[in-house]
Design a protein around this ligand. Structure first.
Ligand SMILES: *Cc1c(COP(=O)(O)O)cnc(C)c1O
Length: 351
């Protein structure tokens, strides 16, 4: 396997960057008199800067994920990791990013903000990945490939062998966004980290962990890649409240496992109800906590649901998603209200 040499792929200005050195970089410890960081001496519980290295939190997450602390970057949401990967590895006005369509909108937004060209390859009509056409669209200055599995908004997981083929044939970084991995039955791509030095896996506490408000996402990759993300991040990018909240949540992870099981069961319930409903063109299988459906008039269905107080996501303007609506799985009562409303809307529509 070719070894990915992060130092050769990182932007020259990031390679030579001397990062900001905070007071807490130069000295850490407890039971001292801290007069080094211009903090307030009055104890509010939050008067001290948080640990810039997030050591306690990283220990907890590394053991949860079965990776090492050195393979782990923690971001203010996985959105921060997406942005930093682009900022570290893509030269504005020069380099390109390749991704799939339809997929998560932030990849392109971050590319646009950074002045990096963004190319996409259409998924097949069944939303599977065509490896040859993706690799065929790699250009000499393509530095990063973004994949998403299970994919948002389609809900399907990408085929593992296809992704391996991309990891083996593309010399740059391959980022796999696994925001919905907890809802899939399989192992995901984290276990491939030791085999592929150009692999970056993104996960988040925003979905299955029920902590979207905390803003904690992570990138896992070989330590040389992580090194550059850490070099560029704001020193205190994860605030104290978030660090504490996630450490507590990991201690109570059994509850999350129960909630994931409930969501997965509800997803299959909702799917079987929708499968039987007349007036729906297609219900796509899902490995995530949402279901994508195709209807004759997405705008009318979206409006109709909204009139009944139910908000879903109209995805019909995305490529390959003509007439498609994405519906998040809620609790049983919410899902029941949604299917009941949908049935009534379709019925009134057809009469
Ligand atoms: C929701 C979602 C995220 C989560 O982003 P955070 O910044 O961690 O909240 C990442 N990727 C995809 C594809 C998502 O749908």
């Amino acid at each position: 396997m070719n070894k990915f040499d992060a130092g050769k792929w990182v932007r020259p200005n990031i390679l030579s960057l001397i990062p900001y050195s905070s007071a807490r970089d130069e000295f850490t410890g407890q039971d001292y008199i801290f007069l080094d960081a211009n903090e307030s001496p009055f104890n509010t519980g939050l008067n001290r800067y948080p640990d810039p290295y997030q050591l306690s939190l990283k220990t907890a997450i590394a053991s949860l994920k079965g990776c090492t602390e050195k393979q782990l970057f923690l971001g203010n949401g996985s959105d921060e990791a997406i942005d930093l990967l682009i900022r570290c590895f893509c030269e504005p006005g020069k380099d390109r990013i390749l991704s799939i369509a339809p997929s998560y909108g932030m990849y392109k937004v971050c590319a646009d903000i950074n002045g990096v060209e963004f190319d996409t390859v259409l998924l097949d009509p069944d939303f599977s990945l065509n490896t040859e056409s993706l690799l065929g669209d790699v250009q000499p200055n393509t530095k990063l490939i973004f994949l998403c599995s299970p994919n948002n908004p389609t809900g399907n997981s990408l085929d593992k062998d296809s992704v391996k083929q991309i990891l083996e044939n593309f010399p740059g970084l391959v980022v796999i966004d696994e925001a919905y991995h907890d809802f899939a039955g399989d192992q995901g791509f984290l276990r491939l980290l030791d085999d592929y030095s150009n692999l970056v896996v993104l996960q988040t506490f925003s979905k299955a962990w029920g902590m979207a408000g905390v803003r904690l996402g992570m990138a896992m990759a070989n330590p040389e890649i992580i090194y550059y993300l850490l070099k560029v991040k704001y020193p205190y990018n994860i605030n104290q409240l978030s660090q504490d909240a996630v450490i507590e949540a990991i201690k109570r992870q059994d509850r999350v496992k129960e909630q994931i099981a409930i969501i997965k069961a509800e997803r299959e319930n909702v799917k079987s109800v929708l499968d039987k409903m007349t007036g729906i063109i297609e219900v796509f299988p899902s490995d995530a906590n949402f279901i994508l459906i195709r209807v004759p008039d997405a705008r009318a269905i979206y409006r109709g649901l909204l009139d009944k107080g139910i908000v879903v996501r109209d995805r019909s303007s995305m490529p390959r998603c003509e007439g498609c609506i994405r519906i998040t799985i809620g609790i049983k009562e919410e899902n029941k209200a949604m299917t009941t409303a949908l049935r009534a809307i379709i019925r009134s529509y057809n009469s």
